[in-house]
Design a protein around this ligand. Sequence first.
Ligand code: GLU
Length: 491
Amino acid sequence: MNVRVRFCPSPTGSPHVGLARAALYNWVFARHAALNGGQGTFVFRIEDTDKERSTEESYDALLETLRWLGLDWDEGPLTGGPHGPYRQSERTDLYRDVLARLADSKFTYDCFCTTDEVDARRKASGSKVQGYDGFCRELDPEQRAAFEAEGRSPVVRFRMPDGEITWHDLVRGDVTFQTEFVPDFALCRANGDPLYTLVNPVDDALMEVTHVLRGEDLLSSTPRQIPLHRALVELGVSKAVPDFGHLPFVMGEGNKKLSKRDPEAHLFSYRDEGFLPEGLLNYLALLGWAIGPDRDVFTLEEMVAAFDIKDVNPNPARFDLKKAEAINASHMRLITLEDMTERVIPFLQRAGVLSDPVTDDERRLLDRAMPLVNERMNKLGEAPGLLGFLFADEESFTRDEADVEKVLDESGRDVVRATREALGALDAWDTAAIEEALRAKLVEELGLKPRLAFGPVRVAVTGSRISPPLFESLELLGRERSLARLDGALA
Ligand code: GLU
């Protein structure tokens, strides 16, 4: 089978998780189709006909979203392709041409009505149907001339057929709309600017899209688009009406639809916190799909192998941040130490922990420190908090104030004093020797429970009650700096 799917966001605002899920499902659908000798093409198109709301910043953010997630596109911006250009703002001539052909064949008509006139007629007739009433459908030349003489310029409306529109939705099964509730709709503004209602289906037709997989919020536009697609097939603009599948809503807190305003909806916040793209992709996949019972963690490759749009659950999916974090944590366990080290470097640089470029000394220390923390981190963004103390010089080193208050009280400082004494007398400076000396002093001699013994030392030296293993940390920090920090905590 030759499958062509598209991801066609509008470059408005910051990319959100619903959008990323749509990209993922389309991408996986295409890659799955290509597995067994078939063909699958993932088309990336930018729907930027709304000039007021589209921004270049948002366009860049969309490219970055797909790049960061690793969802490569076969046709689209930068890549190009046989159906370009892939930004709708550059396709105006194509739309004009299609509009002219639709008008020639009477699939559309010019409409001169104002909204007020339509509303007034609606009120007078008591009709409950919202939208346009078809008044200009059969204007005669005199009426037309009269409107034009008044200086009105028309919008172009699509002539909806009578009867009902049914399609077999790939996710929801058969869906039927009565066309009496789907009024004739405008395809372009009075100034000739084409609208989403035109350009979205026209581009799907021109780009030979076979499957339209998109969010359920767009379900109500499908009964308008299918008749338009049929008209385009009749005109020879395209060969077939695509299949449609509407992906379930994503719900946020309180069972409300996750909206762009919800902070957890913003894709880049996950990237910036240090989610792995593979972790986030895995979680996004679960918003409507499962690889099997009792299995949550899988790779993109496994998803490609197993994905079938028929298995997508039409019921709303709940966005669960805790679960997203747990899934990400599982993926953190799946990557190699070397890989994780490379990936934490930018986070450490942004936090000012490492220089850019990383110096040889920093790199050596990082390579020794990573094995202490790689299994403790659930997100890459935790690295600066865990490792910062190792790279901080004594001027910039700080301790968490709440932790200081909690453990470096009178008795905590006694522990630090005893530690200073024991470690100051130590010849060898390695983990085993440090551990032995501290156990002998604090646990055996002073009779402290390990938790009480090592908590104050940890805060004194690392600045926090949460840190890599203590004895190893001391070794990595070195004798001089460790002793300086113990002194600092006592000062
Ligand atoms: N540009 C539309 C949107 O972002 C896409 C509609 C579609 O997928 O058909 O909502």
